[in-house]
Design a protein around this ligand. Structure first.
Ligand SMILES: [Mg+2]
Length: 252
């Protein structure tokens, strides 16, 4: 392998950056990443778990990149090996979790909304996903709920109550999608993975949702990174070519 620029890493979001949203990576992107990796250290950071990221980027993903951060880095792999894990259960403990879940379920029970289904709280390793209608609703019910929520602000009102009630837990609430919101400890966004990149003085991050409220915003905005906004996987290739490959071609 050619000498790679020391201290520099190119770090990529998955959805909308390396692949089309929720789609599988193209052979063209795989080939490009292989080429890029010869010149710079490469890593990926995605919100999904490793199973989902492997479905999108391929079964060999942990070997294809120098660093793979799934669940925003709560699960971290370096050179194909697991180097760290963190979970909501370990971090908060069952007492605090139970307090939060009990209160939230009571709140939902008292909510007067047109319909309710099932799975009001989904417990994930790095977050709770809370849905007033319940995640078991159909697509049609989901669409209806979204419209209803826009008028009645069910989720935003609920979030302000929970934020105040559980201020001592330092949680972040993120309303996204049509029917739910995520709850996770402060700092458990994509910046979480930066703790593993202390050896790099130049961290280039590429993401599509870098705007305020987007899931790439915090890491894009971080003082530790040089942030790049991309509009598609094709744009990622273009920007990286200009930044890392064109320069090399001009070199001695
Ligand atoms: Mg994205």
């Amino acid at each position: 392998m050619a000498v790679r620029k020391p201290g520099l890493i190119a770090l990529f979001d998955v959805d909308g950056t390396l692949t089309a949203p929720r789609k599988v990576v193209t052979p063209k992107m795989l080939e490009f990443m292989g080429k890029l990796r010869k010149v710079v250290t490469v890593g990926v950071v995605g919100g999904s778990d490793l199973v989902k990221i492997s479905e999108q980027l391929g079964k060999t993903v942990i070997d294809d990149y120098d660093f793979v951060f799934s669940e925003n880095g709560l699960v971290a792999h370096k050179d194909g090996k697991l180097i760290g894990t963190q979970s909501l259960k370990t971090f908060l403990g069952d007492e605090k979790l139970k307090e939060f879940i009990n209160f939230t379920l009571h709140y939902i029970a008292d909510l007067d909304i047109p319909i309710k289904r099932g799975t009001f709280i989904e417990f994930r390793s790095g977050m709770l996903n809370v849905s007033p209608i319940g995640r078991n609703c159909s697509q049609e019910e989901r669409d209806e709920y979204e419209k209803y929520d826009k008028v009645h602000n069910i989720r935003s009102k609920m979030v302000s109550v929970l934020r105040e009630k559980f201020a001592h837990l330092n949680l972040t609430f993120s309303i996204g999608g049509q029917i739910s919101f995520d709850v996770f400890p402060q700092g458990w966004d994509k910046t979480y993975c930066l703790r593993y990149l202390g050896d790099f003085h130049e961290i280039h991050f590429f993401g599509d949702k870098t705007y305020q409220g987007g899931n790439d915003h915090e890491i894009y905005d971080s003082e530790q990174t040089v942030g790049h906004t991309v509009t598609s996987p094709e744009d990622t290739i273009e920007q990286c070519t200009a930044l890392f490959l064109a320069k090399q071609a001009e070199g001695p």
